[in-house]
Design a protein around this ligand. Structure first.
Ligand code: ACO
Length: 269
């Protein structure tokens, strides 16, 4: 069984203990948040495990689907973090507050590693979201390239209402997708965004009935896999860089990628 170390601890725990399942079927990997009785609440161990899955992802994998078992995609960070006792073996915010700032930032950076790899150009990540995606749950969905929502999906950036900021990589994709003004409104009101509005705002590629969620993700995945790996990777890399480049720079990047593509397809022909 896959094991993971977290929080700088040498202790190893299984993915099952962390509340995750990880399955690979050919080119498709599926990560399931599997603590439905706690609405798939996340801990530092969840994020360490996600990072480790990213680090050890089998080479053939091209699509990573993230889904949640039960009625909610994820109710966000485990609320025990706010209690003096914290999450057993993983501490509490009260304990973290006693760390020096750079050590604490380092710990957050480790947590962010669980999310950042989902943007790798050689994979496409897809979040399949039903029910609540709150706080860290919303950010996990935002960490993916694409989001397929059940029509009962409820997205909420709850952190500011709890005195925190969203720090699990979610602020940039949120602003990129909905624009600064709407992102400020969504975060500072901590209101719930329903599936239909999410689609309108660009937070979802597709909204389907809950019973059609898995099938819709399967269809999307099959369609994505119809494009060859190298062209898909190069195109994603190009698109990811576009917002940070001028038109001229982007044209140069297109030329560079295309020369590599055509040389690799037609060299010697
Ligand atoms: N952390 C720990 N346990 C949780 C969490 C959580 N984030 N969310 C739900 N649970 C537990 C509940 O305590 C309950 O446990 P119990 O059966 O032992 O009492 C169980 O999951 C089911 O929760 P309910 O509230 O009964 O489920 P319901 O479907 O009615 O509501 C909802 C779901 C709306 C998600 C609600 O549980 C909720 O509001 N959760 C807290 C959300 C939150 O504030 N998350 C933190 C966001 S900030 C961040 O992520 C950084």
């Amino acid at each position: 069984m896959a094991e993971v170390a977290f929080g700088g601890s040498a202790e190893k725990i299984s993915l099952e203990e962390v509340g995750l399942r990880f399955e690979v079927d050919g080119e498709i990997a599926t990560i399931t948040l599997d603590r439905p009785e706690k609405r798939n609440a996340q801990t530092f161990a969840t994020w360490s495990a996600l990072a480790q899955i990213g680090d050890t992802l089998p080479q053939q994998v091209r699509i990573v689907v993230i889904r949640g078992e039960g009625p909610s995609f994820s109710a966000g960070i485990d609320l025990r973090m706010f209690t003096p006792e914290g999450v057993p073996g993983q501490g509490s915010f009260a304990a973290s507050a006693t760390l020096d700032s750079s050590t604490f930032e380092q710990r957050i950076a480790q947590a962010q590693q669980g999310f950042l790899w989902l943007r790798r150009p050689d994979i496409v990540s897809v979040a399949a979201v039903q029910g609540h995606a709150i706080g860290a749950g919303f950010q996990l969905a935002l960490a993916c390239d694409l989001r397929v929502l059940a029509d009962d999906a409820k997205l909420c950036m709850k952190e500011p209402a709890l005195g925190l900021v969203p720090d699990l990589t979610g602020t940039k994709p949120l602003v990129d997708l909905v624009g600064l003004s709407r992102a400020v409104e969504i975060c500072l009101t901590a209101r719930t965004v329903g599936a239909e509005e999410a689609a309108r705002l660009g937070l979802a590629e597709l909204v389907v009935a809950p019973q059609e969620l898995d099938g819709a993700v399967r269809d999307l995945t099959a369609a994505l896999l119809a494009t060859g790996r190298d062209a898909a990777t190069a195109t994603k890399r190009l698109l990811q860089g576009a917002s940070g480049r001028t038109l001229e720079e982007q044209c140069a990047a297109e030329r560079r990628e295309q020369v590599v593509r055509i040389k690799s397809l037609f060299a010697g022909s």
